[in-house]
Design a protein around this ligand. Structure first.
Ligand code: ADP
Length: 493
């Protein structure tokens, strides 16, 4: 269990892992809104509280201001009903406000003289304050000093008895904002507790999601590892996400290709063993039958030895063809390219094969449309041409013919071999390039075929980036056409 948790943590520490990225994304998406909400809510609470407090105090001050005007507070000489009694009442109102809001109220007249200070310190003094002067000009200001815990504001005292509404005095008030700060502190503490709970919740959610969401990918890895380790040979299935389905499909495709390759390799090995064992078995039968006849005549020995030699030749041919094929597959990229006169090469090959044709009573004709120079591998070209012409002679009828044609355009040269032979059945046409495939096994063996010739030929053609095609009518003859680029540069483009 601890190993598993350690493993998950290790994955989380690696930023390249999907799990780590999901974890970080969920964490960020979960925490940022809660942080913004925390600061936003506390900030707007503070702003609203300050505004409310100012509005409440301003209201009360306005009422006191009206009393001041109605009682002619600013006139030193008692006029009308400005009596010391009403002055006392107003002062008591002011004291009450300053006590209620833990603050100080100063009343300043139009000559900037402090008429009343609830602290009693500045009464009679002149005050030069920007806020006060601005208030006389009709601008109501306030200042919130969070650090020192007070709000300062100015309130105009408007002469309501005068229709012009002149400002005859200003109340400069500072009140404590401690209550707001205290509430803020409580809220902040609660928000911090809530924030911590949210943090723990979001971390847990991020962990769970990062593990759960990446689990299908882990399942894909596990399934592939199982196939790798050989526990399972079946195609795998992880249908959780469209992405895993795609990965798994691609893997299954690869798996089936590998299986097919493995099967074909196995089949090849089986075929090779079978093909190599057949001549050996024949030799063994011939030798055994000679040995069983103690006094067999010399002619019989001779006859049997000729058969044994021919089986050994056959074995040799198979091994030579196999080696040629294997060598070609191993060195698939290696071509020994030279500039070659193809007409001369065809002439040479036909010269070599004429004795075989004569033996079979087959007429071989060569039609060359033009001289052809090509950049090709001479050995592989020889293999291609020899195999095709040899097959055309081997699988021919008596008094048959073989026509070899050579032509070229500015890009390719075309080598075509047609014969009047036995032809190839339609359903065999798709298989003739397979290793060891023969249309008629016993007939092919009789005439010395190994079933590897066309496989070698096709390989060599493909190495030159050429194409090989066949058309055939059973009983009438076949025609093989090879098209090869004149230069390697053309082939590789
Ligand atoms: P093999 O060594 O048996 O000739 P190949 O690979 O050269 O092997 O040819 C495969 C099979 O294709 C042959 O066994 C034969 O049945 C058939 N085949 C090839 N060329 C011809 C042809 N020109 N006419 C008729 N059958 C052919």
């Amino acid at each position: 269990m601890t190993v598993k948790i350690l493993g998950e943590l290790k994955k989380l520490l690696s930023l390249r892992s999907l799990q780590a990225r999901i974890f970080i994304i969920v964490l960020v998406v979960g925490l940022i809104p809660s942080l913004i909400m925390h600061h936003g809510i506390l900030g707007s609470y503070e702003e609203r509280s300050v505004q409310n407090r100012i509005a409440t105090v301003q209201n009360q001050l306005m009422i006191v201001g009206n009393h001041l005007i109605s009682n002619n507070y600013f006139h030193t000489k008692p006029e009308g009903y400005n009596s010391s009694v009403s002055r006392e009442v107003i002062n008591a109102e002011l004291e009450m406000i300053s006590n209620l809001y833990e603050g100080r109220v100063m009343i300043i007249n139009s000559s900037l003289k402090v008429v009343k200070d609830t602290y009693g310190i500045s009464t009679g003094k002149t005050i030069i304050s920007e806020e006060v002067i601005q208030c006389f000009h009709g601008e109501n200001l306030f200042h919130y000093d969070k650090e020192h815990g007070y709000i300062e504001m100015t309130t105009p005292i408007i002469d309501t008895s005068d229709s012009s509404g002149a400002i005859v005095g200003v109340m400069l008030t500072s009140i404590s904002s401690e209550a707001i700060a205290a509430t803020l502190e409580v809220l902040d503490r609660k928000a911090a507790i809530l924030g911590n709970l949210i943090f723990v919740g979001v971390v847990a959610l991020a962990l769970v999601l990062s593990v759960v969401l990446t689990r299908p990918f882990n399942r894909v890895t596990e399934a592939i590892n199982e196939v790798n380790a050989g526990y399972s040979n079946e195609s795998i299935s992880v249908p959780d996400y469209a992405e895993t389905v795609k990965i798994v499909e691609a893997f299954n495709h690869l798996l089936s290709r590998m299986k097919a390759l493995d099967a074909s390799r196995q089949e090849f090995v089986e075929n090779v063993s079978h093909e190599l064992k057949t001549p050996m078995a024949a030799v063994k039968v011939l030798a055994d039958s000679l040995l069983s006849q103690g006094d067999a005549p010399a002619e019989l020995y001779r006859e049997f030895l000729v058969d044994i030699a021919s089986e050994i030749d056959r074995e040799n041919r198979i091994i030579t063809d196999l080696l040629a094929l294997v060598k070609m597959e191993k060195k698939a990229q290696e071509l020994n390219i030279i500039s070659l006169n193809v007409n001369d090469l065809v002439e040479l090959i036909l010269k070599r094969l004429r004795p075989l044709a004569r033996k079979k009573d087959v007429e071989v004709v060569f039609e060359s449309m033009r001289p052809v120079m090509a950049e090709v591998d001479e050995v592989k070209m020889t293999l291609i041409m020899t195999n095709l012409v040899e097959n055309a002679i081997k699988y021919n009828k008596e008094h048959g013919w073989v026509r070899v044609e050579l032509d070229a355009d500015y890009q390719y040269f075309v080598f075509k071999v047609s014969d009047s032979g036995i032809g190839i059945p339609e359903d065999s046409l798709a298989h003739i390039y397979e290793r060891f495939y023969r249309v008629d096994k016993s007939h092919s063996r009789e005439i010395g075929g190994t079933g590897l010739g066309l496989a070698i030929t096709k390989n060599a053609v493909l190495m030159h980036r050429g194409v090989i095609n066949v058309t055939s009518v059973e009983g009438e003859g076949s025609s093989f056409t090879v098209k090869i680029p004149l230069t390697c540069a053309l082939g590789t483009s």
